[in-house]
Design a protein around this ligand. Structure first.
Ligand code: GLN
Length: 215
């Protein structure tokens, strides 16, 4: 059987709110398409070559784990940047999405450096979090996505980046501009836990298809 190789970035540290369910969905649709999935956790200090993977997944995490992870990121940053530029398929959720950008100011006010691969940045809310059901509309693909968000961070995409979708219900990136997540080339970011792909079958199939096309 043919293989899809998934690199699960910091999967032992960044795995909150059932985010790993995304991997089960990818496995399910890959199998349907005749592919076996091989998942490897890439964590602190591990050797990493992006070319060893067809798909990268970077899940959410709490501030404590996120701080430890952010300190290890410079090591693998350039590999991930060229993977993304070369149309590699990557899914990032919440804390992973934040660390794809420039920085994240955590709830305690510490600045965690992101990989600065995409130009978004994340600041904090004081004594408040965005928690609840969320619904967004992805105009490019004419799809509505449903999920659950739980984050302190408020993310600003800036003028160049496109969101994954426009908020219909909930807060999304910052509760103000109706953007949710990010979509750049074959890289996706989202605040949806729940997990994202379990509730949004179209997107799960789409991500698997992109990874297969790239092989
Ligand atoms: N610690 C980050 C925040 O609160 C990310 C949380 C998460 O990944 N769920 O914004």
């Amino acid at each position: 059987m043919k293989n899809i190789r998934i690199g699960h970035l910091y999967g032992n540290l960044m795995n909150t709110y059932g985010d790993n369910g995304n991997l089960l969905m990818l496995q399910h649709y890959a199998k349907e398409a005749g592919y076996q999935v091989e998942t490897t956790i890439v964590s602190l200090g591990d050797d990493f070559l992006a070319e060893d993977f067809d798909l990268l997944f970077f899940g959410g995490g709490q501030d404590y784990e996120q701080k430890i992870v952010s300190q290890d990121l410079p090591r693998i940053r350039d590999e991930i940047a060229s993977f993304i530029e070369n149309d590699g398929v990557m899914l990032t959720i919440c804390g992973g999405f934040q660390l794809l950008g420039q920085y994240y100011i955590n709830a305690a006010g510490d600045r965690l450096e992101g990989m600065n691969i995409l130009p978004h940045y994340t600041e904090r809310q004081i004594d408040s979090r965005f928690i609840g059901d969320i619904e967004i509309y992805d105009e490019e693909n004419d799809q509505t996505y449903y999920g659950f968000e739980n984050h302190n961070g408020v993310t600003h995409l800036g003028s160049e980046l496109k969101p994954l979708g426009r908020v219909i219900i909930g807060n999304g990136n910052n509760g103000v501009d109706q953007t949710e997540g990010v979509h750049y080339k074959n890289t996706f970011g989202s605040y949806f836990h729940g997990p994202l792909l379990v509730r949004n079958e179209w997107l799960a199939r789409h991500i698997v298809d992109l990874a297969i096309q790239n092989k």
